[in-house]
Design a protein around this ligand. Sequence first.
Ligand code: ATP
Length: 235
Amino acid sequence: MLQTSSLKAFHGPIEAVHGIDISVAEGQCVTLLGPNGAGKTSTLSAITGTVRATGTIRLGGEDISRLPVEDRCRRGIAISPEGRRVFANLSVRDNLIMGGALQPDKAQLNREIEDWFTHFPVLGERHAQPAGTLSGGEQQMLAIARALLSKPRILLLDEPSLGLAPMIVAKIFEIVRDLKARGTTILLVEQNASAAIRVSDYVYVLNNGLISSHGAAANFGDGSDLMGELTGVHV
Ligand code: ATP
């Protein structure tokens, strides 16, 4: 579904990602693990088109590397960004309407939003509340539902567990597992190695902008072998 080759990502003159090849097959959950500053978010930004990048990005076989952000979104790339980035002053419902902005049939969009309220009842209960008043875990659910309302072919999830209490982290990973079971293709960025490995099919480890190891998730066990390789990644 998604393939990058020799992908480099830049922030102004700084090259943050130095030419990486990653691949996500349809229906897979693939994780990009790495410590702070490894280049995980930069990789996702290169894929969504929000930073300058070189190399090739293919979505469903089509080269999307030169397309602007909005065209990549139309082709089926959606992101739940690091730090959730919900629209704090807009209601929960309006955040979801923003997520479905490309859906021309507004009645259908409303039905889909109601479906998400069934799936995440807490969002339904709080549909009229400003999103900024939700807890971190609720905001993460909202960011995921908002991304999925664009009906992406692949969902990019940037550190969904960041800053959440352990019980809520477990809930968020349950959601990821459930999305995968329902056929969603996911590229997950995480620092929580053990939890990410458990929901993944395949893992890439990113260090200093380069892939230092990769393989089937089963080969990484509970992630404890990565401790030496990844200072700062918790297992
Ligand atoms: P984190 O988990 O801390 O978000 P990360 O693996 O996602 O880490 P990136 O945020 O992609 O890492 O950062 C990769 C490198 O690019 C780091 O050296 C970082 O300092 C640099 N960088 C990231 N964003 C910018 C920016 N806007 N301007 C300049 N340098 C940046």
